[in-house]
Design a protein around this ligand. Structure first.
Ligand code: SAM
Length: 347
């Protein structure tokens, strides 16, 4: 990594015009995938037999730092590091340590990550030292045998130890649970009680038709409108004013005194307030999770040591950000909305 990191002004020239898309949405939130590899093979995310990118196609940590810093220079206030599993990328703390300078300077409000939790016991303390205040941990079940079946390769106890280590280190933990028909819907109450007892928020997510997997999406898909109705019969859910800056809509749960989120890309998308873009670990900028259009940022990164080409490429991509996605899960539509697995685009 650079020993004396460049300032934002020297990277992109000051003052930078903020990133505003054709629909007037201010793009202030960037999710950056640092690897397409993962130590799990969750059945809703990947197929068991995945092809991964050759190393030369993956951005180096220095390139990832330049890329993230260019976005910060263009007004991004929130960076989420993701993957694949971000904490299996070798030397990943070097990137967090370097990006922490944008928190220190006040240019960035939040540096965070989404993780499966398998490596959190090892890295929780380092993450706190890098200014990370909260993490999202993906967890679909509290049943160790079911956990193994869903993740194929995951070790439930390791994830539990990771969550405990994160909380002990002072990180706020949010649990993300992909709702799976007939798999974890019977555990919804238990998951809520467990998370809220430990002072963690929990958010349910509708499964999206991204990438080919072994079974049809219609078999997995559980509309959250149905789950919410079921939960409302037993719990008092009041709409919360809380906004996380992401796509979730929140409810306060009176009985558990905790917060419950719903991410509903199928039953009710919130594209009109989308402030996000995603960059893959090979530098493809996706302006929408559910659309195919992307812009290559690796070429501009590698062609020049200065960031002018990179900034131009980002600006021209944002001018093409589409209005939204239109996911459909239906037995009559056998092909996924996108051939890209979530592990490629980054969650
Ligand atoms: N490995 C990390 C993890 O497990 O959180 C980060 C990457 S993972 C791709 C990011 C998020 O995407 C996770 O919360 C995962 O559950 C979610 N996800 C993966 N495939 C999905 C799909 N098809 N529909 C909805 N969410 C999905």
């Amino acid at each position: 990594m650079p020993t004396a990191p460049a300032s934002i002004e020297s990277l992109v020239g000051a003052p930078a015009q903020p990133l505003v898309d054709p629909f007037g949405r201010n793009i202030g939130y960037v999710r950056v995938s640092v690897t397409d590899r993962c130590d799990f093979r969750c059945v809703y995310c990947m197929s068991e037999d995945m092809n991964f990118l050759p190393r030369r196609d993956v951005l180096s940590l220095e390139e990832l730092d330049r890329l993230c810093s260019a976005f910060v220079g263009l007004g991004a206030r929130k960076l989420r590091i993701t993957g694949g599993e971000p904490l299996v990328r070798r030397d990943i703390m070097t990137l967090f340590r370097s990006l922490a300078r944008h928190l220190d300077s006040g240019a960035l409000d939040e540096l965070t990550l989404t993780t499966n939790g398998s490596q959190l016991a090892r890295y929780a303390g380092d993450l706190v030292d890098c200014g990370v205040k909260r993490v999202n941990v993906s967890l679909a079940t509290l049943d160790p045998a079911k956990f193994r079946a869903i993740t194929r390769w995951g070790d439930f106890q390791k994830v539990m130890a990771g969550i405990s280590a994160a909380q002990e280190a002072g990180l706020a933990v949010k649990i993300n649970t992909v709702a799976l028909r007939g798999v974890n819907e019977d555990e919804a109450f238990e998951l809520i009680e467990w998370a809220h007892r430990r002072a963690m928020e929990l958010t349910f997510i509708e499964v999206m038709p991204l990438g080919e997997i072994e079974i049809g999406r219609a078999e997995q898909y559980l509309p959250l409108s149905a789950l919410r109705a079921r939960l409302s019969a037993r719990l008092t859910l009041s709409p919360s004013q809380h906004l996380s800056g992401g796509p979730a809509r929140y409810y306060d749960v009176a009985e558990t005194n905790g917060r419950l989120g719903f991410i509903t890309p199928l039953t009710h998308n919130f594209c009109e307030s989308c402030n996000r873009v995603r960059v893959t670990c090979s530098g493809a900028l996706f302006m929408c999770l559910g659309q195919e259009d992307s812009a290559d940022l690796r070429g501009p990164l590698r062609r020049s040591e200065s960031d002018e080409l990179l900034v131009d490429a980002i600006r021209s991509a944002i001018r093409r950000k589409p209005k939204g996605h239109d996911f459909v899960i239906d037995r009559s539509i056998p092909t996924p909305a996108s051939q890209r697995h979530m592990s490629v685009t980054g969650g």
